[in-house]
Design a protein around this ligand. Structure first.
Ligand SMILES: NC(=O)C1=CN([C@@H]2O[C@H](COP(=O)(O)OP(=O)(O)OC[C@H]3O[C@@H](n4cnc5c(N)ncnc54)[C@H](O)[C@@H]3O)[C@@H](O)[C@H]2O)[C@H](O)CC1
Ligand SMILES: [K+]
Length: 484
């Protein structure tokens, strides 16, 4: 499941056309795929209104209308913005007319329809919508009909989350791949259920949705001759006297996901509180104070620093020392500041929520939320770090420009401690020897999936972060017990 920005779709069409697969052919495939998808939702007795715009989104709608009419569906094709203007849509319109099929230029508003198809605007949308378009969209949204959007709901742009008014779709059938706005609020709320239709183009996209198959294909089972050293030693610098639980939550998550050995660098007070709940970890008293002197526990394969840490000066001193090593590091919570990152031969992973990303970048959270993919990706490439931008549909951007969108998770995660848990999960998978991209993607995926599993039987308000780690075992078992 890949994600494409507007420019990438236009580029792919151009390349296909110059190599012999015309846009006309792609439009035919799009309309035909839409027809087959639609017949799974709509019966032949239902009335269908198809709204076609002047561009290629309207062209897809014309092809769809032809297939529906050829197969006996009660279909009305309307061009409320005027007749097709794009050359390819014109070609399909000519063919449509040659078959004697009818069309209208105004919506017959006295009638109601079982289904309304939105083929008004697609990836060529420029906001704002003009008045006529606004009125049409509002009219559609007030109809009792099932609403289906072609490629994206009119009023939503492909790349960003901004929306004023948009077609409120029940279903959106996206062509070739998802568009970023399907994962960016408020736009994503207009998509309804979305599904990608294959139209025969290749997939050069660097951005994908992390799926269950991605998880199961990459999850490694433990070898029979494994010992605790096989699964790495992690150093967790976390927890302060005011926030002792952060160290516990991150530590629990690390151990329950499978790390071999965990050393928690924290205060004696925090250790005395949490050790009885996490006796499997070892404790390095005042590790944060000792680290700047170069006093290291041996054999550490990964470091997470920040959960529950408040002493910024101490954290910064520790980070300076960490920069001298080639140990993978996760900077979370109290370790997230505006900073430069030195060149190292090990991944640096930052895990900000939008507020923290705002602190790091100087952008407002509203700016960040509208454009999460691009901003995370720009930062990752500029600073050569892995950015885990948390929130609904966590975005993971890699330094090479590629990225992953996670679609597991729900509002149960909007609670203190869930970030600590995620940091612990990432630390463990890194230490267990996983490739950093996969480690981060799988940790984010599992973290969300734990919450999805819990809300199957529980109210989302009532779930606390430690419960995520508690169900990891069963969840991973269910996902992987068929893997040989
Ligand atoms: N590879 C693929 O995925 C394919 C997708 N196809 C479909 O083509 C559209 C994109 O078509 P394009 O002609 O580039 O853009 P649109 O149809 O979205 O609209 C362009 C048209 O609309 C005018 N316009 C833009 N904004 C507004 C506005 N706010 N108000 C009024 N009018 C507006 C603009 O000036 C143009 O005239 C894609 O989404 C798919 O549906 C193809 O089938 C080929 C393969
Ligand atoms: K549309």
């Amino acid at each position: 499941m890949y994600v494409y920005q507007e420019e990438e779709i236009h580029q792919l069409d151009k390349i296909a056309a110059s190599n012999g697969l015309s846009t006309n052919a792609l439009m035919e495939t799009s309309g035909r795929s839409l027809y087959f998808e639609l017949t799974r939702l709509v019966s032949i007795r239902q009335s269908i209104l198809i709204l076609a715009g002047k561009g290629n989104n309207g062209g897809d709608a014309i092809v769809l209308a032809r297939y529906l009419l050829q197969n006996g569906y009660q279909t009305e094709l309307v061009f409320p913005m005027g007749l097709p203007k794009s050359e390819v849509a014109k070609e399909h319109f000519r063919y449509y007319q040659s078959l004697g099929f009818p069309y209208l230029e105004e919506i017959p508003k006295k009638q109601t329809y079982d289904v309304i198809i939105d083929g008004l605007l697609g990836v060529g949308t420029k906001l704002p919508l003009n008045d006529t378009m606004m009125k049409i969209v509002s009219w559609c949204n007030n109809q009792p009909s099932l609403r289906i959007a072609i490629d994206l709901p009119t009023g939503v742009v492909a790349n960003f989350g901004e929306v004023e008014t948009a077609f409120q779709a029940d279903y959106t059938f996206s062509l070739h791949g998802y568009k970023p706005s399907a994962f960016l609020l408020p736009a994503s709320a207009f998509y309804g259920k979305s599904k990608v239709l294959d139209i025969g183009l290749p997939h050069p996209s660097q951005w994908k949705i992390w799926s269950e198959a991605d998880f199961t294909n990459t999850w490694k089972t433990r070898n029979k001759d494994a010992h605790k050293g096989t699964f790495g030693t992690g150093l967790l610098l976390a927890g302060s006297d005011e926030m002792p639980g952060s160290a516990l939550l991150a530590g629990l998550a690390s151990m329950k996901i499978g790390i071999g050995k965990l050393i928690i660098g924290t205060t004696p007070f925090v250790a005395s509180i949490i050790a009885s709940r996490l006796p499997e970890a070892t404790y390095w008293f005042n590790g944060l104070n000792k680290l700047p002197n170069g006093d290291w526990p041996v054999g550490v394969k990964g470091i997470a620093i920040g959960p529950g840490l408040t002493d910024t000066l101490l954290v910064e001193e520790a980070i300076k020392k960490i920069w001298e090593t080639n140990i993978p590091v996760i900077l979370d919570a109290g370790a997230l500041q505006k900073r430069e990152y030195p060149k190292r031969n090990a991944p640096t992973i930052i895990t900000p929520h939008p507020g923290e990303f705002s602190r790091i970048t100087g952008l407002t959270t509203a700016e960040i939320q509208k454009n999460r993919l691009k901003l995370a990706s720009d930062y990752a490439q500029e600073h050569q770090v892995i950015v885990v931008l948390k929130g609904a549909n966590t975005v993971i951007a890699f330094p090479d420009g590629s990225g992953v969108i996670n679609i597991t998770g729900n509002p149960a995660l909007a609670k203190g401690g869930s970030g600590d848990t995620l940091a612990g999960m990432i630390l463990a998978l890194l230490c267990m020897g996983e490739n950093p991209k996969i480690a981060v993607a799988n940790a984010v995926y599992l973290h969300g999936l734990c919450a999805d599993e819990l809300v199957k039987t529980r109210n989302e308000n009532t779930i606390v972060a430690s419960e995520l780690s508690n169900i990891l075992g069963e969840l991973i078992y269910t996902l992987t017990h068929n893997i040989s």
